[in-house]
Design a protein around this ligand. Structure first.
Ligand code: PMP
Length: 406
């Protein structure tokens, strides 16, 4: 059986046929954002062309149609991550906003001075900084879940961190640098056994394999639409209904209220309580179209394809002289971070760019990971459903070429 997807899928993504510096584009920066299939691009322009109207408030035809698309999108997201109810699906601007919503609103409802939050050492800054800001406001404390040289969290080290003050665990499902797939189910069981909740940053997992919030038994999950072939500016926070019910609104404004007087305001029911202002109703619909697209290819096939590509890349790249690969766990997904000899990542990235190869360089919004390995930055190649083995070969040839220049 061929483990790779048919490269015909590439024709669905118009940008992939463009050239940069007169060379075919090799786009390997998919962990930062994915390219968009034509159906998503069309959904955006079609909605603006023929349906556009503000949602929820209107009695008129277009408003009802736009509302239908927006609420159908919520149902589509619910199915995609297998949440129990659409009340548990909050639309946000992306993972970052979802995590800020959590720090603000969960923090208000559940955290007191002296409480402890466990955050992994491999988190993206967006799952660190909002919690630090909260700790400064409330006098809570962050404890760091370490990872080992392979880039894995060791369960014994994790469990040791719990005390009677531990309230919440914040952890990436997949690291955006190391690619490690963390054992969320096990970590969640341990958190629950200690009376704590678990918040999963799904920014790098939802695009790559089936994420089922009921099966994972997580309390919260955040992800971004633009990393799963959808548009920018739309994201999701899943939350267990019983917990969301206890949390205060994040922002105040239109849409999230039931009744307003100057003396007092009562709030809308879930999920609207958390969605102040005009939502990105075009973005939500386009996200639903992106999820339909993913399902039409098949998440399992995408996963198999990307796993094979990741393994191939790791294996081939390890042959390059001076290659240092970060994150060597067996449970690794679609991300390969590396440095070559003492070539500065920025130099390598810039020279590869001139060959038409787009990779990411720098600290990847995960400076504690850089600190762990004692480096300023890394190069990162990351894959999507349209990435091919021959693109990996071109990357490797490009790295060899640059290496010989130094
Ligand atoms: N968490 C992880 C693991 C990520 O990879 C990213 C994006 N690089 C984010 C959070 C933030 O996502 P966004 O910028 O879409 O809010």
């Amino acid at each position: 059986m061929n483990t790779y997807l048919d490269s015909k899928v590439r024709v669905d993504f118009p940008i992939l046929s463009r050239k940069v510096y007169n060379r075919p584009l090799i786009y390997l920066d998919n962990a930062a954002t994915t390219q968009k299939p034509q159906c998503v691009i069309d959904a955006i322009s079609e909605e603006y062309q023929s349906v556009n109207a503000n949602v929820h408030r209107g009695v008129h035809y277009l408003s009802q149609k736009a509302t239908e698309l927006h609420e159908n999108a919520r149902e589509r997201v619910r199915q995609f991550i297998n949440a129990c109810s659409t009340s548990e699906i909050l639309f946000t601007r992306g993972t970052t906003e979802s995590l800020n919503l959590m720090a603000s609103s969960y923090g208000e409802a559940f955290l007191k001075e002296g409480d402890e939050i466990l955050i992994s050492e491999m988190e993206h800054h967006s799952n660190i900084v909002p919690w630090q800001m909260l700790c400064e406001r409330k006098g809570c404390r962050i404890k760091v879940i370490p990872f080992n040289e392979k880039g894995e969290i060791e369960i014994e080290n994790y469990e040791k961190l719990f005390t009677e003050r531990t309230r919440l665990v914040c952890v990436a499902h997949v690291s955006n640098v190391l690619g490690t797939v963390n054992p969320i189910k096990e970590m969640g069981c341990i958190a629950h056994a200690h009376g704590a909740h678990i918040l999963v940053d799904g920014a790098q997992s939802v695009p790559h394999f089936k994420v089922d919030v009921q099966d994972l038994n997580c309390d919260f999950l955040a992800f971004s639409g633009h990393k799963v072939y959808g548009p920018t500016g739309i994201g999701v926070l899943y939350g267990r209904e019983s917990l969301l019910e206890q949390m205060p609104p994040y922002q105040g404004g239109g849409e999230m209220i039931s009744r307003v007087t100057f003396e007092h305001t009562t709030y809308e029911k879930l999920p609207y309580k958390f969605e102040a202002g005009t939502p990105d109703y075009v973005g939500s619909h386009a996200l639903a179209v992106a999820l339909d697209y993913v399902d039409s290819i098949g998440m399992d096939k995408i996963h198999t394809h990307e796993q094979a590509l990741t393994r191939y890349a790791m294996q081939q790249m390890s042959q390059i002289e001076g290659m240092h690969l970060y994150g060597t766990s067996e449970r690794k997904d679609a991300v390969v971070a590396f440095n070559v000899g003492d070539i500065h990542p920025l130099d390598l990235g810039t020279l590869l760019d001139r060959l038409g190869i787009a990779i990411r360089t720098g600290h990847h919004c995960a400076q504690p990971v850089m600190e762990h390995y004692g480096v300023e930055g890394m190069c990162r190649a990351s894959f999507a459903l349209y990435s091919t083995q021959s693109e990996v070969d071109t990357l490797i040839a490009g790295i060899e070429r640059v290496r010989k220049m130094f």
